[in-house]
Design a protein. Structure first.
Length: 123
């Protein structure tokens, strides 16, 4: 069955992609809020390791999905953030205020970029 047989036009494809991008951007903002709150809570060493793994997993996923939706600014920030995270000894570093602040700054930057991207998509 062809797209024409399904009555899918370039306009409807664009509209659906726009809907998906907007939904993804909302998801990015929710994930950043969740991760920021988790980091602020200052977990114990065992919990730090699990939190670090979750942050790495979410950022890696964000990077790939943002690239897929051609949201290059967020993909690039996530790439830099991922590189930063991979250079950390998380059990030690999650108790270092400067490292925690840097992680929160990256999450804020991703959230702000999502807001900018959201407002750049035509309604």
């Amino acid at each position: 069955m062809t797209l024409a047989a399904l009555n899918v036009t370039p306009d409807t494809r664009y509209e659906r992609l726009t809907e998906l991008r907007l939904s993804y951007i909302e998801d990015i903002m929710l994930k950043c809020d969740f991760l920021s709150n988790a980091v602020i809570e200052k977990y114990s060493s065992d919990e730090n390791r699990m939190l670090f793994q979750e942050i790495c997993r979410v950022i890696h996923s964000m990077k790939g999905t943002a690239a897929m939706y051609d949201i290059s600014m967020i993909s690039a920030i996530c790439h830099r953030f991922e590189d930063y995270l991979l250079g950390r000894d998380i059990v030690k570093d999650m108790n270092n205020d400067k490292i925690v602040d840097r992680i929160l700054q990256y999450l804020d930057l991703i959230s702000l970029s999502a807001i900018v991207e959201k407002h750049s998509i035509p309604a």
